[in-house]
Structures are given as structure tokens and as C-alpha cells.
Write a protein of this length. Structure first.
Lengths: 306, 329
């Protein structure tokens, strides 16, 4: 009953039916435009190489084939190694990002901290001025010597002033000073307060920071293209990015007694590329709808001024 | 960031009442220790690169004896402003400047209008469930890397098998060599940028629209305001702070470009598209990958960093003159 009343009340202030239909149509087109490429790439990945050669890329594959996925399966060592790298970078990086960001966010959020003003500037300046691509490259590559290590993929993206600010705002607004004070009276040190009291009640912001970091790491190809030449350290993204080189590399190292020529001609090049793209997108496409709300909350917390 | 300069208020009890400068306490030590890892990160990955700008004023040479980079840098000769002279007088400079700024202006205007317009439409839709589904679907491109997007684009545009050329020939047209025709690329890039950021932008504005006090709309309905009038006089003024903040942040990025968009989507910037799709970032990236003298690349880098800083401060200054409430610094 109550719901119906509410509906009646709301219907006083609604757009006209025709406008509503129009808006729905607009968004339907936009939404399909956003999802269509994914389906398109998928349908290429299951097309047979021959039909691709004959008809070009089609939305509905004229001839189905699982050759691309079979090929990936045969080359599973390479793919699995890349998956393993991507997963390790994402997991390690996300953990590190959450630790670095929340600890700094907590320290900056303490109003009584003596160095608060200094810290605010330390966090703020990089938002306005940064050394740029070349200087960062020189630091990672020449000064810290991280080239061809997993740390070159993890460390540069582990923290950002944007996420520290999100944390600070969150801690300021949702963690009551009285909790921190009473823990202090009970003899807890700040590390203990941060890890045992503040973090457990700050799961939303941790999820937000963690999600930003995780998607950032999973999608990163740029750091890899700058710092990683070692084939064994390739992530999925860099595998895809260097696919041309890689397919030639595989073709030059054939498995199972095929001659080079046979192997090259049997290789479903076009559909394999698209199949790797699918391997990258599917985990994201399956998870992001569940985490979308954390992104939104993070973005809205981040845009709250003090 | 407004009140950061204010003195410590009497939060820590009796002590703070009389003593104007708080003494260093054990608490401060603990907080300092807690922040050490992140401080180290900040020093290494944001502040150290800032000093990297001195490369721009050096003629970097390898000193004999296999020393490290820093040793070589410190022992290289000063170049004064020669590196900058070289960069400013090179053929690329005006082209890079024009491309970077014009693309960004187009991106800012179009993305902002799509995001605000879309958010207004989404918020007024009747079927809330449907609006949620649309939002989720439109958010998808935001989570894809440009490498993946470049594969979609490739599938659409590749001359021989591409989907678009398939349609064009089926309709009796000539095949278009997309990757060799510069005239299409400004549109393609603007379209892709809008496409990828659309869901994100709409959702930000939508979040601030849903935060508006509903009683404002109720009062407006009582006074006989139409939907359009409500949007104009309630919704738009309410989302102005977010809009201004996004605008300032975007202006700060006007000398930067989304590297992946320009580099990946074009397929590594082929020669034919060089003058239409190069930006400062692609120029610097190519220089890093090549054997170009590092000092000259650093000059480009330094120029970009200084301009970014200047534009964000300028945008903030302009906003503070017009409407002091909305400045972000």
C-alpha cells in the first residue's frame, strides 16, 4: 500500500512517456555500442581462419571453429605464464597499494599530527607537478635498476595522491576521533590503532582503493612496454601488445614435429589475437558489475572537498 | 584543502590550551614511523623524477669507467637552454603543441557535455532498474585497456577484412585505407575517447544528482515548475561544484594526452598519421625507445610538466576569481 502511494506521489513529477521512451532508446543504443565490440571480438575468435580470409570479419561467424582456443591450449605454457604474471602483479600490487595508501591516508587524516601541514603538501604537490614520463623512466630504469623485474610493474603504480586523498577524506569523516583517543588511553600505539581499529571499520574505502589498484594493474601494459623485455616476465597485456612478435616467435619454435612452414600456415593468427583479448576481458567483464559501486563511492568521496 | 594552515585546535586536551606550538610526542613518532614506507615511495617515485628535470639542462654523456647514471649525469656538461632551443625550433614542436591542445579541448568539451547530458537523462528516467543496467553496460569500456580497445578498432578498420570496409563494399563503395588516411583520425580519436569515458563521467554526475535534496524538487513542483525548469534551476546549479572541479582537473591535463589512445589505437602511429596523431607523450615515448639524445627528450618532458602545472594553477585562479567557493586548491 505504502509503495503505491509513493509511486502516485512520484508520478506527479515524472517525464512524459514519449520522452521516457526516447531516453530509453538513446541509452539502449549507447549501451549496445559499449558492449558490441566485446561480442564482435568474441565472434572473430570463434570464426574459422578460412572464413575470415574469405569473408572478412563478420558479426555472426559463418563457420565456427575452436582453432584459436585450441592453439592457446597448445601454447598453454606461454599463456599460463602470462596469466600467472598478471595475477601476481595484480595481487601483490593491490596489497601493497592498499597498505601504502591507507597508512598515509590515516597519518594525514590525524588532526593532531605535528607534521600534518608538511604531509598535506607532500601529498598535494605531485597532483600539480610531476616529473613526466622520461624522468620516471630514468628513475626506474637507471637509478633504481628495476628493469626486467616484477617490481618495475608494481612499484610505480603502488600509490597515488588521488587515492591518499580519498582515504584521508574517508577517515576524517567516518572514523570518530573518540575511538582513536580511547584506544590510545588503553595503551595502543598508532600502528595498532591503524591496523586493528581503523582498517576493520574502513572496508568500503579499502575496497575502493583495492579495486582501483587491481584494475590498474590488470590493465597495465605501459609499464611493461617500457621496462620488461624478458619473455618470461610478460603479462597478458604485454603478450597481447607484442602479439605480432610473439606469434612469429612461436612459429619459429614449433612444437610436436611440424615443419616450420606447416606450422605457420596452420596457425590461426587472426582469431588467436582476438582469443587472447577475450582471455583478458572476460575476468574484468565478469567482475566489474559487482565492484562498480565501490568505484562510484570512491569517486564521490574523492570529489568531496574539505 | 582550505583550512590546512589553521593552527592545531585544542583537541589534545589541556596541554594545547597554553602552548602555541605542540611538542613532539610519542604519538607523532609512531605516526611518522607508520608513514615511512609511503614517504619513501613518494620520494622515489614522485619527487626524485621532479629533480630529473635537470637532465634537460645537461649534455648527457657516458663518463669512462662504467659509473652509474647519476654519476654520469653529474659529470656531464651543462647545456644551458640548448636542448630547449633544439626542441622549440624543431619541426615537430608546433605540430605537437597544436595536436595536444586541440585534441584535449575537443575531449573536454564533448566528454563533459555527454556526461552531464547523459546524467540528466538517466536521473529522470522512470525505470530505475533499466537505468542501472544501462549504466553498468556503459561502464564497460572504462575498464578496458587501450591495447584491448585497439583490437576492437583493428577488427572494425583493418582494410582487407575490417567490418566497416565490408559494409562499404557491400553498399558498392570503395575500400578505405583507414590507417593511412589522416583526415578520419581526429574524429575516430574523439569518438573513442568519448566512448571510453562516457559511463564513468555519467556515473560521477549521476552520483551528485542523486545526492540533491528531494524537497527542492517537491517545492518546485508545488510552484508549477516543469521538468526542464527543474533541471535548469535545481539540478544544474547543484552539480556545478563537481563540474568545475572536473573542469579544473581536465585543464591541468591539457598538455598531457592519454598515451594509449594515441599510440595503441593508431597501431603505433604509422608514418602516414604522424602529423595528425602525435602528441607530446607519443613523441617522448618514441624518443625513449630510440637513440635520440636524452637531453632533448628531457627538454620536451620539462616543457610539458611546467605547462601542466601552470595550466592547473591558472584554471584554479580563474575559477577562484569567478566563484571562490569552487576553487580546489
Amino acid at each position: 500500500m505504502e509503495k503505491k502511494m509513493k509511486n502516485n506521489h512520484a508520478s506527479l513529477n515524472q517525464i512524459k512517456t514519449s520522452t521516457n521512451v526516447l531516453f530509453n532508446a538513446v541509452f539502449l543504443i549507447l549501451a549496445v555500442m559499449c558492449v558490441f565490440p566485446l561480442l564482435f571480438v568474441f565472434s572473430i575468435s570463434i570464426s574459422s581462419e578460412e572464413s575470415l580470409r574469405m569473408n572478412g570479419y563478420q558479426i555472426i561467424p559463418p563457420q565456427l571453429s575452436s582453432a584459436a582456443y585450441q592453439f592457446l591450449w597448445n601454447e598453454r605454457m606461454m599463456i599460463l605464464r602470462a596469466v600467472f604474471m598478471s595475477v601476481s602483479v595484480t595481487v601483490l600490487g593491490t596489497i601493497l597499494a592498499v597498505i601504502l595508501t591507507t597508512s598515509m591516508g590515516y597519518v594525514v587524516s590525524r588532526r593532531t599530527y605535528k607534521l600534518k601541514t608538511l604531509y598535506t603538501w607532500i601529498v598535494f604537490i605531485p597532483m600539480v607537478f610531476n616529473g613526466g614520463m622520461l624522468a620516471s623512466y630514468v628513475v626506474v630504469n637507471n637509478i633504481l635498476n628495476l628493469r626486467n623485474t616484477i617490481w618495475a610493474l608494481i612499484l610505480p603504480l603502488a600509490c597515488s595522491s588521488f587515492s591518499v586523498t580519498i582515504c584521508r577524506t574517508f577517515f576524517r569523516t567516518t572514523v570518530p576521533d573518540s575511538i582513536v583517543e580511547s584506544a590510545k588511553i588503553d595503551g595502543a600505539d598508532q600502528f595498532c590503532i591503524w591496523s586493528r581499529i581503523v582498517l576493520p571499520i574502513s572496508k568500503p574505502v579499502m575496497a575502493t582503493i583495492g579495486m582501483f589498484a587491481a584494475f590498474g594493474y590488470w590493465n597495465d601494459w605501459f609499464q611493461a612496454s617500457l621496462y620488461i623485455q624478458d619473455k618470461n616476465l610478460q603479462t597478458l597485456q604485454s603478450l597481447l601488445n607484442n602479439i605480432q612478435k610473439n606469434i612469429e616467435y612461436i612459429a619459429n619454435n614449433p612444437y610436436g614435429g611440424l615443419s616450420l612452414q606447416q606450422y605457420k600456415s596452420s596457425m590461426p593468427t587472426e582469431s588467436v589475437r582476438m582469443a587472447i583479448a577475450i582471455v583478458i576481458i572476460v575476468p574484468i567483464a565478469c567482475t566489474y558489475p559487482f565492484f562498480q559501486k565501490y568505484f562510484i563511492s570512491g569517486l564521490t568521496i574523492g570529489s568531496v572537498k574539505e | 584543502m582550505g583550512n590546512q594552515q589553521s593552527p592545531v585546535k585544542g583537541k589534545s586536551g589541556k596541554k594545547a590550551l597554553k602552548i602555541p606550538r605542540k611538542r613532539w610526542t610519542r604519538d607523532d613518532t609512531e605516526l611518522f614511523l607508520l608513514s615511512v614506507p609511503t614517504l619513501v615511495w613518494y620520494l622515489l617515485f614522485t619527487y626524485l623524477p621532479m629533480f630529473g628535470v635537470i637532465i634537460a639542462f645537461k649534455v648527457y654523456k657516458l663518463a669512462p669507467g662504467g659509473h652509474g647514471f647519476l654519476y654520469n649525469l653529474l659529470h656531464s656538461e651543462w647545456a644551458g637552454i640548448n636542448n630547449f632551443k633544439y626542441f622549440f625550433t624543431s619541426n615537430s614542436f608546433t605540430m605537437l603543441l597544436r595536436n595536444t591542445i586541440l585534441y584535449n579541448i575537443a575531449f573536454i568539451i564533448i566528454s563533459a557535455s555527454v556526461a552531464v547530458g547523459g546524467a540528466l537523462m538517466l536521473s529522470s528516467m522512470r525505470n530505475k532498474r533499466g537505468s542501472k543496467v544501462y549504466q553498468t553496460m556503459m561502464f564497460l569500456p572504462y575498464f578496458m585497456s587501450w591495447v584491448v580497445v585497439s583490437y576492437f578498432v583493428y577488427a572494425l578498420l583493418t582494410p582487407e577484412r575490417g567490418y566497416l570496409n565490408g559494409i562499404i563494399t557491400a553498399l558498392g563503395g570503395e575500400k578505405i585505407m583507414w590507417y593511412q588516411e589522416p583526415k578520419y583520425w581526429p574524429f575516430i580519436l574523439v569518438f573513442l575517447n568519448t566512448w571510453k569515458g562516457m559511463g564513468y563521467g555519467m556515473v560521477i554526475y549521476l552520483a551528485s544528482i542523486t545526492g540533491i535534496d528531494p524537497s527542492l524538487y517537491e517545492a518546485a513542483v508545488m510552484d508549477g515548475a516543469t521538468k526542464a525548469q527543474q533541471a535548469r534551476h535545481i539540478t544544474i546549479p547543484s552539480i556545478k561544484p563537481v563540474f568545475v572541479m572536473m573542469l579544473i582537473l581536465d585543464c591541468g591535463k591539457i598538455f598531457n594526452s592519454d598515451f594509449g589512445l594515441f599510440y595503441q589505437v593508431t597501431g603505433g602511429i604509422p608514418q602516414s598519421l604522424y602529423t595528425t596523431t602525435s602528441t607530446f607523450d607519443t613523441y617522448i615515448y618514441n624518443a625513449i625507445q630510440s637513440t635520440a639524445p636524452i637531453g632533448q627528450t628531457a627538454a620536451a618532458n620539462f616543457f610539458q610538466a611546467i605547462c601542466s602545472c601552470a595550466t592547473i594553477l591558472f584554471a584554479n585562479w580563474v575559477v577562484s576569481k569567478i566563484d571562490n567557493e569552487n576553487r580546489i586548491i
